[in-house]
Design a protein around this ligand. Structure first.
Ligand SMILES: [Zn+2]
Length: 76
């Protein structure tokens, strides 16, 4: 059981749906190729959060490891 599953285990179904929807709107942009991946697709969870953090991981497209800038995309 991953960290996300552990956290979501404590949530109601309604909160879970909201957390998923919100996590899908946090987009990490690759500094090398510009590919945009949602936090949810990365297996992460970002709920009731703010700010613009950067997270380091290997891009699924160009396979370069780098700091991805995370930004809120409310239109998704
Ligand atoms: Zn990339």
């Amino acid at each position: 059981m991953g960290m996300r599953s552990f956290v979501m285990w404590f949530m109601s179904a309604k909160t879970r749906a909201a957390a998923e929807a919100e996590s899908r709107q946090w987009i990490a942009t690759c500094p090398n190729c510009g590919t945009q991946t949602s936090i949810w697709d990365l297996g992460g969870l970002r709920y009731k959060a703010s700010g613009s953090p950067s997270i380091g991981f290997r891009c699924p497209k160009c396979h370069e490891r780098g700091m991805h800038k995370v930004a809120w995309r409310a239109s998704a």
